[in-house]
Write a protein that binds this ligand. Sequence first.
Ligand code: FES
Ligand code: FES
Length: 164
Amino acid sequence: MAYTVDINGTPHTVDVDGDIPLLWVLRDVIGMTGTKFGCGAGLCGACTVHIDGVATRSCITSIDSVSKKQITTIEAIGNTPAGEKIQKAWLGREVVQCGYCQSGQIMSATALLASNPHPNDADIDNAMSGNICRCGTYVRIRAAIKDAANGNDAPGNDNHGRRG
Ligand code: FES
Ligand code: FES
């Protein structure tokens, strides 16, 4: 069946079964590979996209459930005000290690900042707890989210948050 989905402001028509996960459509049908496959079971957060602005696991979201919604992926998140701040802060803190989890991390962090411009530690933990990083970049992620919230593009010279 044909479904037309709005991805990053562009309509894409795909001919797939309705129960195929959005992640498969993004990566294998449309060829947008910035969104990653990790567990395929809603447990790791690597596949996170925004659906109508809400951070959502695309590996457990069927294509027929999103055909009337706005989907934003890592490829376009930098065009949003919160996404731009988060990406600058990520660079400033040199958050990324292997990088595999990071598109999902950035999508969750951006959804947090868009809905809560000044999150405290508990807010950050709640928003980010479903995004797993096997490289253990959690300390830098938290610092980068705070930098983005405070309007800091780059950290100070104390190296706070650069390790861990
Ligand atoms: S791949 Fe979707 S939550 Fe892990
Ligand atoms: S940076 Fe390697 S899994 Fe997170």
